[in-house]
Design a protein around this ligand. Structure first.
Ligand code: IMP
Length: 424
């Protein structure tokens, strides 16, 4: 069975835990978009791992992991992660492959991401992770990117790098008053990565195709979330890749006809890091309460996540865009103890009611959620393992969301441990 796992909100839904569970039933686990802006937290054998680039499936011995062509790869971050895993006894030898078509992320991408964000007026800020993701994808699309396979021929690599940096330095000097970067220094740095990086590289599209032919089970590990998708998210407050289902296809080179299922991961409420509207944002008091109880701090940057009620408007959009067959609902335990729980079912925008989110940024900024209010529950859910043991109001909340989203909830998580998971 080939499954795609997608974040259905603004990222941080808790995909790491579900990937970890599904990885046990998979042979190959694939990252297909984004880069080390992601942060997948997995609790494994009493140890907590935060993975940014390498698929979380790597923690399971014998599983093969692939970093697809759609990922932007910062070699420095990649090797740090490989070494971190080795130091904790996880060997990646012979079971981690990078697409030779993946684009390399260079120090100038990181630098420009930071400079652009710092110089932007508040309105123009995206609130990026400053990992250089946007500038690297911009180069890819502008056809000035450099791929892993370009390292094969050092002369070609040096020439291309020189031409790209010459242009970057003009921008750095003229726009940001920065002295510019040394081609030599960056070339020397990448020369040290070359052999080791190429030893991981492969035609991963072909590898995946062959794995599918041999009836191996492939799991696609989405990073970020659909509302951060560059096409289908709340542009411009998005990441620079396709975090929705299409990204899994273009970012891996495996045909959509080989996909069996799409699983959407949602949090039982909504969170968002970075800039951009969050229509269902809590009042400051409730926000602080949920932030603390749900440990809502970014795995990559440590930034506090804004929190709000479940937004069925954007999540319904995600179900449609991705063709989600099943929903995994995370962190339901965090909602215990509230008198009432709200769900946004539509928006009011300029006197109109909308059941889909408005694409124009100024309209989305003005969107006011229309809420349905349900009774909360006081019971602690963290020890519950069977559907029938859920308090009646918890069951009603899940059932109502299924109706609103038009997709069944098949997995419910009530804590960070593996055992705190219900398969419905
Ligand atoms: P970038 O991906 O670093 O360019 O950041 C663009 C937007 O995506 C910002 O709002 C980030 O906070 C957000 N973002 C990027 N990666 C993640 C993630 O893994 N989880 C949640 N938000 C993310």
């Amino acid at each position: 069975m080939n499954r795609i796992l997608i974040g259905a909100q603004w990222g941080d839904e808790g995909k790491g835990k579900i990937i970890d569970l599904l990885a046990q039933k998979s042979d190959v686990i694939v990252r297909f978009q984004g880069g080390n802006n992601a942060g997948h937290t997995v609790k494994f054998d009493e140890e907590t791992f935060i993975l940014h680039l390498i698929p979380s499936g790597i923690l399971h011995p014998g599983k093969v992991c692939v970093i697809g062509n759609g990922v932007v790869l910062d070699p420095k971050a990649f090797f740090e992660e490989v070494d971190m895993l080795a130091s904790k006894g996880v060997s990646v030898k012979g079971r981690l492959f990078i697409s030779e078509q993946a684009h390399l992320l260079f120090p100038y991408h990181r630098l420009m991401d930071g400079l652009k964000e710092e110089s932007a007026k508040q309105k123009g800020k995206i609130g990026t992770t400053k990992r250089g993701i946007g500038p690297c994808y911009a180069d890819k699309v502008a056809r000035t990117g450099i791929r892993v396979c370009d390292l094969k021929d050092l002369r070609f690599f040096k020439e291309r790098l020189g031409a790209v940096i010459a242009e970057k330095n003009e921008v750095l000097k003229k726009i940001y008053g920065h002295p510019g970067l040394s081609v030599k220094k960056i070339f020397e740095e990448f020369k040290t990565y070359r052999r080791r990086l190429l030893s991981f590289s492969k035609d991963t599209s072909l590898f995946l195709h062959e794995a599918a032919r041999k009836k191996k089970d492939i799991l696609f590990e989405g990073a970020q979330g659909t509302m951060l998708d560059v096409d289908h998210g709340t542009y411009p407050y998005v990441t620079s890749s396709n975090a929705s289902v299409g990204g899994a296809i273009s970012g891996s080179g495996l045909s959509p006809t080989l996909i069996d299922k799409v699983i959407g991961v949602v949090k039982a409420y909504t969170t968002r890091v970075g800039e951009g509207p969050l229509p269902t944002q809590f009042s400051p008091k409730l926000m602080k309460y949920i932030q603390t109880k749900g440990e809502e701090f970014g795995a990559t940057t440590g930034r506090p996540r804004r929190c709000g009620w479940f937004d069925a408007v954007v999540t319904r959009h995600s179900v449609r865009i991705n063709g989600i067959n099943e929903i995994a609902m995370m962190k339901l335990d965090v909602l215990s103890g509230l008198q009432e729980i709200k769900i946004a079912t539509s928006y009011r925008v300029g006197g109109k009611t909308m059941r889909t989110y408005p694409h124009a940024t100024s309209e989305f900024e003005r969107a006011r959620p229309v809420y349905e209010t349900m009774k909360g529950w006081q019971e602690d859910l963290s020890q519950i393992r069977r559907w029938k043991d859920f308090p009646p109001n918890t069951k009603k909340y899940i059932r109502r969301l299924e109706t609103l989203l038009e997709a069944p909830v098949k997995i419910v998580s009530v804590g960070s441990k593996r055992a705190q998971t219900l398969f419905l």
